[in-house]
Write a protein that binds this ligand. Structure first.
Ligand SMILES: Cc1cc2nc3c(=O)[nH]c(=O)nc-3n(C[C@H](O)[C@H](O)[C@H](O)COP(=O)(O)OP(=O)(O)OC[C@H]3O[C@@H](n4cnc5c(N)ncnc54)[C@H](O)[C@@H]3O)c2cc1C
Length: 350
């Protein structure tokens, strides 16, 4: 039987450890639960359509069914509701976009995802959200009860590659999988990968009157009804920042997008932010380190963690346990030239 160590307990860590537990693998997880994490602040929306070009979200036809099955099985395990389907309405701001939307809605392959425009709004089918905060709280408790999760910082100085596995402190494992989200930019084994961390902010406002929304409204940002006249405005994208702290300038952008559609008065009641672990080519990072075959990474979920984590954790589990080949689009081997250059430079400077 295999024995695998996972580092990180966000969407990536939770999904891969769950896949391994389901297959009867012995697992342990190390995660610093006090550190900010992308998953803890994620809005958790899933949307099968990319609004800018009105394309389908990458691999949506393949990933949707594994997403549905995965969250259903987690809900059973932890006894909490995680996934909710929502109506999602896109504000149509120009005639060109309206024509484009209706043309797409007519195409047979978009049939199951798009409804033609009515009264300046196009509707997306099969959208919704996953309560990522509840997922973290409940799944972490479940792992702690099983004695699997250790709340501590991983110490790289204690890790060694050995024949047929790894050693961490005085324990032996067949493999280790790093699921550190945005912190991977400091991982000595994987920092050569081209990460493109994207900061995101969201605010919650409380309006004086009920906006009577039938679902989520997207006007650049999402206006998500939370009940009791509260609405989450989510979220911004900022590429130059690596700070987890809320950014006051982001509030302005979020509120401007809201005020374009609504004139009701409101007060801000919450403001949070986080970093998305994005890859330069917007595809996840999966696979073993080029020189340490038992040291793996599962990362690069970017702004689509909710949709991608279930499918690709299964993909990685099949690779780890059954040696199934990884899809070239997600295999970190696609950056092997970059790794060789990094290794060459490291040798020169050491
Ligand atoms: C504002 C915002 C809104 C978002 N909205 C959405 C959305 O609507 N839909 C969607 O699909 N995605 C959304 N995302 C993206 C989503 O959050 C990410 O895709 C996903 O959460 C990434 O999960 P992860 O496990 O890779 O990283 P994380 O959730 O950050 O997990 C990394 C974990 O590793 C631990 N860790 C790292 N290094 C160490 C170490 N050395 N020792 C111990 N522990 C360590 C951290 O403590 C953390 O628990 C959003 C992100 C942000 C910031």
């Amino acid at each position: 039987m295999q024995n695998i160590l996972i580092v990180g307990s966000g969407l990536a860590g939770i999904s891969i450890i769950d896949q391994l537990i389901q297959r009867g693998v012995r697992v342990a997880m190390i995660s610093d639960l006090s550190a900010p994490s992308s998953t803890k602040v994620a809005t958790g929306m899933f949307n099968p359509i990319v609004f800018r070009r009105l394309n389908k979200t990458w691999m949506i036809d393949e990933v949707l069914s594994s997403m549905n099955a995965f969250y259903k099985s987690l809900e059973k395990k932890i006894g909490a509701t995680l996934k909710t389907e929502l109506r999602l309405f896109k504000h149509i701001s120009s005639n060109d976009y309206l024509e484009f939307w209706n043309k797409r809605a007519d195409e047979s392959e978009f049939d199951e995802y798009l409804i033609p425009v009515k009264k300046s709004f196009g509707e997306v089918k099969k959208a919704g959200w996953v309560d990522c905060s509840a997922l973290c709280t409940n799944y972490h408790s479940y792992l702690i009860q099983l004695g699997i999760l250790r709340n501590e910082k991983f110490d790289f100085a204690q890790l060694a590659s050995i024949k047929d596995g790894i050693k961490y402190r005085d324990e032996y494992f067949d493999a280790i999988v790093f699921c550190e989200g945005p912190y991977a930019i400091d991982n000595p084994y994987f920092k050569w990968l081209p990460f493109k961390v994207a900061k995101g902010d969201w605010v919650v406002i409380e309006t004086e009157k009920d906006l009577k929304l039938k679902g989520v409204i997207n006007n650049i940002v999402n206006v998500i009804p939370l009940g009791n006249n509260r609405y989450k405005l989510s979220s911004t994208f900022e590429w130059e920042s690596s700070s987890w702290a809320p950014n006051k300038n982001a509030t302005k952008k979020l509120l401007e997008a809201f005020e374009e559609l609504f004139s009701e008065s409101y007060a801000i009641v919450d403001h949070q932010s986080g970093l998305r672990p994005s890859a330069s080519d917007r595809r996840p990072y999966l696979g073993p380190h080029p020189r340490h075959p038992k040291i793996y990474i599962f990362n690069g979920l970017g702004s689509k963690g909710v949709i991608l984590a279930p499918y690709f954790s299964n993909h990685l589990a099949e690779h780890l346990l059954e040696k199934k080949p990884l899809m070239p689009e997600v295999d970190i081997n696609r950056h092997i030239k970059r790794y060789r250059e990094y290794a060459r430079m490291s040798e020169i400077s050491s």
